[in-house]
Structures are given as structure tokens and as C-alpha cells.
Design a protein around this ligand. Structure first.
Ligand code: GRF
Length: 207
């Protein structure tokens, strides 16, 4: 980790937080030159909040219902991100729609990971959707966040074969193993300015 001016990441998560953990581990093991500055969590009882505590990462864990509107909740978050000089927002199983309050100031600096090869199977239960459709190959996508549901410009994808005897659990386990490699690797590319998102375009370049 560079001492003078670390690259500051905020992870947003709602659930188990295995991807949060993968990012924290990558930083600790020197594979990602960054600092996980903050966890934003909309479910204070979620396991990810315990992971943050164990890792010594500050958490902003408030129920959105305590705020007057989605926008008011996000304005509170935005103020905290700006106060801390957050460079990149990493969504990792954050189960809320994000509004322009956060998307506009962070466009190009907010990414998501999704357990399918987008644009196939956006939204909830991507793994169940893939199994129900009978695809032979699925995978993982990392993309920039825009105003839509899993629609933003794609940064990285990796495939996972579907086996005939797969259950949702067995397929999810192999997909998650890939997520835990791909997310820290992709964050590192962005951190080192190797990812270019053309103005208004979809074709992300890696160099
Ligand atoms: C991951 O599968 C990710 O692709 C999706 O939500 C899941 C989060 O899992 N967006 P975890 O909380 O990181 O274990």
C-alpha cells in the first residue's frame, strides 16, 4: 500500500460479503495497491458487517427506511464518500437500485459484479435464470454502473461451463470462485488507469 496517497475504495454490499472479503484479502496480500476505506451496507445485520469489523474497515450501516427517500439516503452516503475522498465505488452484492444522486458524480468510477455473461440474465437470480434456460456456458461480468439494471459498459468477463448435474448451489460455488479472482484483478486494472471508458460509448478498452 502506498503511504502518501492511497487509492481509496468503498465497497457496497448487502449480504454475505465474500466479494468484499476477496477485495480486502487482495489488498492485504499485496495483489491490489489500494485501501478499502469504507463498507456501505443497507442491512446492518448482514454477515458482511462482521467481516468489515474483523478487517478493521469502517462501516456505514444504516437502514434506508430510516431516511425520507432513496435520494436522501444516498445524499448522506455521497457526503461520506466525498469526505473520505473515495476514488472507486465497488458494488458487491448490493441489493438496491442506485439513483442519479450517486451515479452522476461517480459515473466511470462505480463498478458492479454480476454472476452471468451480460447482457444475458440481468437482475435477480442470474444463476437460476441460466439453469432454467439450459445454457451450456455462463460466467461473470464486471461492468460500469449506469442508470439501468446491469446494463452499463462491460469491463471484464470470464466464462464458467454449466455441467449437466449442476444445482444452483454447485454452479454458484464455481461462479463465486471466479468472481473472487476477477474482481480484485479488474479493480487493479482500473486503479492503474489501464481501463478507458470512451465518452458516451460502450466499448471499454484495456491497455
Ligand atoms: C455475487 O454473486 C455477485 O455477483 C452478486 O451478488 C453476489 C454477492 O455475493 N452481485 P457476496 O455477498 O459477495 O458473497
Amino acid at each position: 500500500m502506498s503511504a502518501a496517497s492511497p487509492y481509496r475504495i468503498a465497497v457496497f454490499a448487502s449480504g454475505s460479503g465474500s466479494n468484499f472479503q476477496a477485495v480486502v484479502d487482495a489488498v492485504r496480500e499485496g495483489r491490489l495497491d489500494a485501501r478499502v476505506e469504507l463498507l456501505v451496507c443497507d442491512r446492518p445485520q448482514a454477515r458482511v458487517a462482521l467481516r468489515a469489523q474483523a478487517a478493521g474497515v469502517d462501516a456505514l450501516a444504516f437502514r434506508p427506511k430510516a431516511y425520507g427517500s432513496r435520494e436522501e439516503y444516498e445524499r448522506m452516503i455521497l457526503a461520506e464518500l466525498q469526505r473520505r475522498g473515495i476514488d472507486l465505488i465497488v458494488l458487491a452484492g448490493y441489493m438496491r437500485i442506485i439513483t442519479p444522486v450517486l451515479i452522476e458524480p461517480y459515473y466511470g468510477r462505480m463498478i458492479n459484479i454480476h454472476p452471468s455473461l451480460l447482457p444475458s440474465f440481468p437482475g435477480v437470480d442470474a444463476i437460476g435464470q441460466a439453469l432454467a434456460h439450459g445454457v451450456k456456458v455462463t460466467g461473470v461480468t464486471v461492468h460500469f454502473v449506469d442508470g439501468g439494471m446491469d446494463t452499463g459498459p462491460i469491463i471484464a468477463q470470464r466464462t464458467v461451463d454449466v455441467r449437466e448435474d449442476d444445482t444452483a448451489e454447485s454452479l454458484a460455488a464455481r461462479i463465486q470462485a471466479i468472481e473472487h479472482e476477477l474482481y480484485p484483478e479488474t479493480i487493479s486494472l482500473i486503479r492503474h488507469k489501464r481501463v478507458t471508458l470512451p465518452d458516451g460509448g460502450r466499448n471499454v478498452r484495456i491497455h
